[in-house]
Design a protein around this ligand. Structure first.
Ligand code: ME8
Length: 530
């Protein structure tokens, strides 16, 4: 395994407020970054905002403000949301920042001087209203603008193109040599069969129909196509081609770094086809992994602003807390598959996994240690009851399965292992019947072993949940009475870590949610009660 990681989310468009889909991607990326750091690896985590393009120019115009003022306000909301969700990104790149603009212009010039970008003519279907060009497929046989529904006209304009044809063969070879580059595997077949095999046209990488973009240095009536602009963020943020290239050297050039992009299925083509080509043109290394997650639906339908069914994560976190929302996002929809959001499932998930299983295990254990051992966790003395051995092997297996799943970005699966451990520990209480052991003085040693094993199970579960339950895990550690140093991941296999610690009974970690109150609350956020 490589010794450090560079991990990125897409940079989102500040054309409107972020919704639960964006929170999903950023939260899961954060879970991965935190889990790596907690295990002692260096991990540099980047997110940001993709601020150029026609749509933003138009939205700003409609609001009567400059595009920069428009994005400034929306990006403020990005910062607030990531703060609220306790996202631990190391940097936040905005494509309007000088450090980025300069790199994009230089990249364009480099590619142009190399002969990979050339000036040609763009022909297509033009929508006068949206000032946008559409391809034959996009305009369809009725020649209608896919955005506004108005009729489009055949038109042409001068534009720069990137020579994709030059890089197709090496891209296919790259896929073949690096079977782990694009995950899930099905995405690679989709790229090859849907886009590459039918023949890739050279990519138009400049526009003259609007001005909110990065001007091409050599010919400023053109602005750089938003995707060439946006993808470059992954290297401009590290100081590529700048006076301060230290981060670029460490997190991109050094082969000991694993470079991972996380993205949604809607933007796979740009990341998996064009981005490796651009990098090859620049003569720099390609990412090691691109992990494509599925898109969330709102119940059965696509999220859409016109339907008003887009959930704003902000009030959700304010009401249910950061842990509940992070947990729901990480657990409910298998990272890599499509899924859907529903208020009923949200409430059910929090109640069953967090309130009933994890919260209850902690609550019961701390109460029993208080009752039977005056609040002091008995020492670990090996396998005493007939059930101890099995619980210990479940704990060991949980740790290794969890680490393997996390390394493969199977985040949902990783959490499921921890849930299984929690369920196993709850069942261990039923098997060992501590209330019966407590009645028999000869069973004191067995009772002590049960309490230690339970406390250790909670310790391990809290440690493994920590990248998701960023506050509740610490509260569980507090209740077990262990200090900062003892919380470190390195102690996870130390069965004596809890010996003689004094427990502190606290508030329940996750109070049960009343579905009759909370489901309507969330439905309201989805615009369902209108
Ligand atoms: O595409 N479910 O930005 P964007 C899950 N600026 N995730 C979703 C989602 C949904 N329903 N909707 C959006 C752009 N996402 C470009 C990216 S990167 C160099 C440039 C997430 O604001 C998902 O990760 O449209 C998706 O790929 C991304 O937001 C698109 O965000």
């Amino acid at each position: 395994m490589k010794k450090r990681f560079y991990i990125t989310t897409p940079i989102y468009y500040p054309s409107a407020k972020l919704h639960i889909g964006h929170a999903y991607c950023t939260t899961l990326t954060d879970v991965f970054a935190r889990s790596k750091r907690e295990r002692g690896f260096e991990c540099y985590f980047l997110t940001g905002a993709d601020e150029h393009g026609l749509k933003i120019e138009k939205n700003a115009e409609a609001k009567g403000v400059t595009p920069q003022a428009f994005v400034d306000e929306i990006v403020e909301g990005f910062y607030k949301l990531w703060d609220l969700l306790k996202i631990t990104n190391d940097d936040f790149i905005r494509t309007t920042q000088e450090r980025h603009v300069k790199v994009v212009q230089d990249v364009f010039t480099k590619m142009y001087n190399k002969g990979d970008i050339y000036l040609g003519k763009y022909e297509g279907w033009y929508c006068r209203y949206c000032e946008a060009f559409w391809t034959d497929t996009q305009a369809g046989k009725d020649h209608i603008c896919p955005d506004c529904g108005r009729e489009v006209q055949r038109a042409e304009e001068e534009a720069y193109f990137f020579k994709t044809s030059k890089y197709v063969d090496s891209l296919l070879k790259f896929y073949e040599d690096n079977p782990k580059f694009l995950i899930p595997e099905s995405r690679k077949n989709e790229m090859i069969n849907t886009f590459i095999k039918p023949g890739l046209e050279d990519l138009c990488v400049s526009r003259t129909s609007f001005s909110w973009g990065i001007p091409v240095k050599e010919n400023p009536k053109h602005v750089v196509y938003v995707w060439l602009d946006a993808l470059t963020n992954y290297i401009s943020a590290l100081g590529y081609n700048s006076d301060n290239p230290e981060l670029f050297k460490k997190y991109w050039e050094d082969e000991d770094t694993e470079i991972i992009h996380i993205l949604g299925a809607d933007i796979t083509r740009f990341h998996a086809i064009y981005w490796p080509m651009f990098l090859e043109s620049l003569g720099i290394r390609k990412p090691d992994r691109e992990f494509v997650h599925g898109l969330l639906m709102m119940r059965e339908s696509k999220m859409s602003k016109s339907k008003g069914n887009v959930v704003d994560p902000y009030p959700l976190v304010e009401r249910f807390g950061v842990d509940a929302v992070r947990y729901y996002l990480a657990r409910e929809v298998n990272f890599g598959s499509d899924g859907s959001f529903s208020p009923e499932q949200f409430v059910e998930r929090i109640n069953s996994d967090l309130a009933n299983s994890f919260g209850n295990l902690l609550n019961r254990t701390v109460s029993m240690i208080n009752k039977y051992f005056e609040g002091v966790i008995p020492e670990y003395k090996g396998q005493i009851t007939e059930f101890d051995g099995n619980l210990e092997s479940v704990i060991n297996a949980t740790i290794s399965n969890y680490e393997k799943a996390m390394d493969d970005l199977k985040i949902t699966e990783a959490i499921t292992y921890v849930n299984e451990l929690v369920n196993r520990a709850n069942k261990y209480i039923d098997e060992t019947t501590p209330w019966a052991l407590a009645k028999d003085e000869n069973k004191k040693e067995a009772l002590a072993s049960v309490m230690n094993h339970l406390a250790y199970s909670i310790y391990v579960a809290s440690r493994l949940y920590h990248p998701v339950l960023v506050t509740a895990s610490d509260k569980a550690f507090d209740q077990l009475g262990i200090d900062e140093k003892e919380r470190e991941y390195i102690n996870i296999t130390n069965k004596n870590i809890l010996d003689n610690h004094k427990v502190n009974k606290g508030e329940p970690l996750f109070p049960r949610l009343d579905p009759n109150i909370e489901v309507p609350f969330i439905s309201e956020l989805m615009g369902e009660n209108k």
